[in-house]
Design a protein around this ligand. Sequence first.
Ligand code: DSN
Length: 423
Amino acid sequence: MNPAAAASHAATRPAQYSDDALWAAVRAEGNRQEAQLELIASENHTSREVIAAMGTVLTNKYAEGYPGKRYYGGCEHVDVVEDIARDRAKQLFGAAHANVQAHSGTQANIAALMALLKPRDKVLAMSLDHGGHLSHGHPKNFSGVFYEFHSYGVERGSERLDMDKVREQALAVRPALIMAGASAYSRLIDFAAFGAIAKEVGAKLLVDQAHIAGLVAGGVHPSPVPHADVVTMTTHKTLRGPRGGLVVCNDENLAKAINSAVFPGGQGGPFMHVIAAKAVALREALDPSFARYAKQVVANANVLAQTLAGRGLRIVSGGTDNHLMLVDVTPMKLTGKDAENLLHAVDLTCNKNLIPYDQNPPVKASGVRLGTAAITSRGLGEDHMRLLGGWIADVLANPTDTSVAARVRREVAELTRAFPIYA
Ligand code: DSN
């Protein structure tokens, strides 16, 4: 068909037979990512190589089982891919065993709970309202449905975990498992203290390091691996890989239990194209440049938090040790939902978030969660954080002033053009 005939054919083709709208949406999403500053603490911008690995023929292959022990023929090449990914994960996190098949962080947690517990066993984990995660015992999540969860939280004044209080709770609850790890906690987590408490009460320790995996890999957060029985994580947050999960541990029997809980316990065929992309990301994280990146992520978060605090916003717990901060926007007489919308209107993307002991319901919330992993990936440094903090404060302090919003939006556009993600 000549180009003119093809165009006329495409124009008359019913939408369900065409992917034009789909590819237009993919391009639009790429443009959105380039044009906005991504402050959602759980997101990042992967390398082109990571994206390329996902778009390969590996997606065509069924490979149920593990390298050398598959239920399908023709796995000789995907075996190599999975072995490379596992070896890199072990090297990066200093662990004896790795499972790279979990499709997501929640799938990784399903596998870990299945491997470590019997149904209805007691678990002590961080409260979702204080920064925990749905898969750490929310009543509608599999975790809360199949196990008896109890929760610990941060202290009212310090808004930090007090390990003496966690210990008291562990002694009272006597859980079979303690879970550590959070999705909205900005302070270092004392994994050694968690390990000691677990040992004292005869519990296993599961650390979900989803948010901080890249910081652990880069050496700017202490590793949980020496203290935990099992460590789960996602590969797409600070670790800057494809969307997916990963599990590491040191005990051989536990490794066997985890493998069997991932497949056939909770999943069927592994996503070999995603495992290839995980291998690429893990190689990138082993490079010395990744440690510099992780250090910059934390330095940026610190400067952003200080800048916002200097402009009258309240930073939960008074600051941050990692890639994220919770910003209490009530000093500006706003809800978290208002703040999220005001910032989105000037091309700053973030999410509303409960703050500890929040008076607002989750749909409104009193805070926003800001993270620096993605904006650091596109090359922003501490001076940019001072600018960014100023813009955020300008917008939140003047919510009805359209001239402030227009000026900030223009300045954000200039900065995003100067720092393209995929130049
Ligand atoms: N939804 C992720 C986050 O934003 O932290 C956790 O899975």
